[in-house]
Write a protein that binds this ligand. Structure first.
Ligand code: C2E
Ligand code: MG
Ligand code: MG
Ligand code: MG
Length: 279
């Protein structure tokens, strides 16, 4: 059958497939030790108030410092963790670590954490989140959980119930990466999301595309009618910033205001004499 794809790539194709599978298996084994070995780390990317450019919080983004491969990006190992079920332990670690960071920062600074759809299938998640909040004495409204619309693709009823119970704890729930995938406007009406994050690819596409601008404009208006906070992700240029601010986005995130950074640098930003970041 591989032969049917032509150009006599049959054997090469099989060998490559095997090496990809081996690579994946090795990475999976390594990942199962990564938490215990202290190889996982959270970086923190600033979230900025569009109106006055003040710091409102951070999004925690995971990195894996692999002993021989160097830094492995989450786009490479989160899918593996999801497949193997390791995401449950990994996800708990992220929640714990983000609450610990939040406990070191003032009460007006929020911390956002990404959740995989698979984590929402576990009914115990709200209890885990609540325990981490109490352990570090962090107010629930300082924690935001980011999910993508993929949570609605599997086990819709169960996931929605877990989201509602998380919301009842007082934590924020953000719909991440909006503008990619299906981006059904119906998701905004689920009564669980307090925030909508417009995906960076969509934000940057707006630079040269009036149709995209018009679509973003309607999304922002609709989100506001549901009293949601709107964040623009992936803001890289001053033009991106003014465009998204003028379209009504409340918050801005992107390389223009800061890349994901180590906890210590994030703390410097928090405690800096001026929390007005320069663009
Ligand atoms: P995300 O949650 O949408 O995070 C935003 C991604 O965009 C991050 O990539 C961030 O570094 C990147 N980014 C931020 N500003 C800019 C910009 O101005 N330009 C560009 N080109 N990119 C920007 P990162 O850190 O590689 O994370 C990728 C994805 O991995 C995240 O997308 C999230 O879905 C997932 N992820 C990260 N950490 C975790 C985690 O702890 N748990 C889970 N389940 N997923 C995670
Ligand atoms: Mg996110
Ligand atoms: Mg995103
Ligand atoms: Mg993303």
């Amino acid at each position: 059958q591989a032969k049917g794809q032509g150009r006599g790539t049959c054997c090469y194709f099989n060998a490559e497939m095997q090496s990809v599978a081996e690579h994946k298996l090795k990475l999976e084994q390594d990942l199962s030790h990564a938490i215990g070995a202290g190889q996982l780390k959270l970086l923190y990317q600033p979230l900025i108030n569009a109106a006055d450019q003040s710091l409102v919080g951070f999004e925690a983004l995971i990195r894996w410092h692999h002993p021989t491969r160097g830094v492995v990006p989450p786009t490479e190992f989160i899918p593996l963790a999801e497949e193997t079920g390791l995401i449950m332990n990994l996800g708990d670690w992220v929640i714990e670590e983000a609450c610990r960071a939040a406990s070191q920062w003032p009460e007006n600074i929020s911390v956002a954490v990404n959740l995989s759809a698979r984590q929402l299938v576990l009914p115990a998640l709200p209890a885990t989140v609540n325990a981490a909040l109490s352990r570090y004495r962090v107010q629930a409204n300082r924690l935001e959980l980011e999910v993508t619309e993929s949570v609605f693709l599997e086990d819709t009823a169960g996931s929605l119930d877990v989201l509602k119970r998380l919301r009842a704890l007082g934590v924020g729930i953000a719909l991440d990466d909006f503008g990619t995938g299906y981006s059904s406007l119906g998701y905004l009406n689920k009564a669980v999301f307090h925030k909508l994050k417009i995906d960076g690819s969509f934000v940057r596409e707006a630079a040269g595309n009036r149709e995209t601008v018009a679509i973003i404009q309607s999304i922002v208006q609709l989100a506001k009618s549901f009293r949601m906070t709107v964040t623009a992700e992936g803001v890289e240029t001053a033009d991106d910033f003014t465009r998204m601010r003028d379209l009504g986005c409340h918050q801005i995130q992107g390389y223009l205001f800061g890349r994901p950074m180590e906890f210590e640098r994030a703390s410097e930003l928090v405690h800096g004499t001026q929390n007005r970041l320069s663009a």
